[in-house]
Design a binder for this molecule. Structure first.
Ligand SMILES: [Zn+2]
Length: 451
């Protein structure tokens, strides 16, 4: 009887991947949240952000209608409104500090602030934090121009609107782990807000398991290649960890771990969970930290050993980024909302939501995951300990061939170890904890155990 009920509750779909058949199970609560994400709502957030004229980091903070100060106060007011529907679990604040002139992109003393909403987890024993970000600041051609209109509808109104929409929808639901929704500032002046936040996470010893950074993800076309497509989204991830790479180099070289850093592992997870929940969206993993000549707010986190990735549209339109508003030879330049695709932005926002919700509902990662490497064998034995937080139904051991980009097989066990008839020399393995309702933690790569 219980089994029948469970089957009825789960929306079960069959997906065919070549000849392989895979059962896709969706959590009805996550599906219900996804249904609430609205293109019209996203559009209204962006129209409001654009209405502040410019959101340049060095623009006025005292004008009630124009500039970065008014924009961040408005985001705070939205967060505070959503907090009312959270039963006291959501709190919002602007984390402000003073920038000192640096002779480069900061030419005067200026108050800067990250606007944050924290949806506290319901499990007092679970200190995990998952974070989603976009940057609220905008710019035109000259990075120091604080006066001209800089609508920043897509860069990064798209990421900021996604963060606001996620807070709006998710604040009504509860999760065992904590979710932080943040719009950072100073991205265009050198990732200043993200650096400040990453430093805070280290100093305050946050158990930050993942950051999804959204920057430029609401436009579907590039004029130079004439591509129009709203079915693909890119996730940029570094393969190695940017943290203490030199100290880890020997093990990375010996075992071929250059493609399994924390960011890359997170990117694979977001692809799997995102495509499970969001129809007509293909997640393309880009195996590099960021694009040529560009940087993003995930990087200060990657550099401090956190799992962090960048989510960016497939075909960027550079005529609409960092441009003075003008028409030249019949081409209009400028980052306007009219150039965006709000159905595409909806899907990309849903990709974030599905990933965050699945992570925050899952148990914590298994602890002390080891691969037995004492003896020469053609089998593989893995061991681990129960996660610190969350109820565990069992574990997936993930497996792929060493040249394959994605996990190919998963084995379920309710024990704290598994021996498989596959050689550890020929495959990569990882272990994820599985909760009672099937939500998976991030995978943990084993370390070799010689004892
Ligand atoms: Zn940007």
């Amino acid at each position: 009887m219980k089994r029948t009920t469970t089957l009825l509750l789960l929306c079960t779909l069959l997906a065919f991947n070549g000849s392989a058949q895979q059962v896709i199970q969706r959590d009805p609560m996550i599906s219900a949240m996804l249904a609430e994400v609205s293109p019209d709502s996203l559009r209204s957030h962006i129209d409001k952000l654009v209405s502040f004229g410019t959101r340049h980091t060095m623009s006025t903070v005292s004008d009630p209608k124009r500039g970065i100060g008014a924009a961040r106060k408005w985001v705070l007011s939205r967060f505070n409104e959503f907090a009312k529907q959270s039963g006291g679990r959501m709190t919002a604040t602007i984390d402000t500090w003073m920038l000192q002139p640096d002779g480069r992109r900061v030419d005067q003393q200026q108050e800067i602030g990250n606007v944050m909403a924290t949806l506290k987890g319901t499990d007092p024993n679970d200190d995990r934090i998952f974070m989603v970000s976009g940057h609220i600041d905008s710019r035109v051609s000259n990075v120091s121009n604080r006066e001209s209109d800089a609508p920043g509808a897509n860069d990064d109104g798209s990421g900021t609107a996604a963060v606001i929409e996620l807070a709006r929808v998710m604040s009504k639901y509860s999760f065992p782990a904590t979710i932080i929704f943040v719009t950072v500032s100073g991205e265009e002046q050198g990732l200043l807000g993200a650096n400040h936040l990453a430093e805070r996470a280290v100093n305050e010893k946050w158990n930050l398991e993942a950051l999804l950074n959204n920057d430029i993800m609401g436009s579907n076309h590039s004029p130079d290649t004439r591509l129009i497509d709203n079915t693909k989204i890119r996730i940029f991830s570094e393969g190695l960890s940017g943290f203490e790479t030199d100290k880890r180099a020997a093990g990375v070289r010996q075992y071929g771990a250059e493609n399994d850093g924390k960011a890359r592992t997170l990117a694979r997870y977001v692809k799997e969970v995102g495509e499970r929940y969001v129809d007509n969206l293909e997640v393309r993993l880009i195996y590099r930290n960021d694009r040529y000549l560009r940087s993003g707010d995930h990087t200060p986190f990657v550099n401090r050993d956190f799992a962090a990735v960048r989510i960016t549209e497939m075909n960027e339109n550079f005529n609409n980024q960092h441009q003075d508003l003008r028409t030249e030879k019949g081409v209009e330049y400028g980052d306007y909302a009219k150039n965006m695709d709000f159905e595409y932005l909806r899907k990309n926002t849903c990709l974030n939501l599905a990933s965050l919700a699945n992570l925050a509902k899952a148990p914590a990662m298994p602890q002390n995951v080891t691969l037995e490497a004492r003896n020469l064998t053609n089998t593989t034995s893995l061991f681990w300990q129960t996660p610190k937080a969350g109820k565990v139904k069992g574990y997936y051991v993930l497996m792929r061939e060493t040249h394959m980009p994605f996990w190919q097989k998963k084995f379920f066990t309710d024990k704290n170890g598994l021996t498989l008839p596959y050689s550890k020399d020929n495959y990569f393995f990882a272990v994820q904890a599985v909760g009672e309702e099937g939500h998976e933690s991030l995978p943990v790569l084993p370390r070799p155990s010689m004892r």
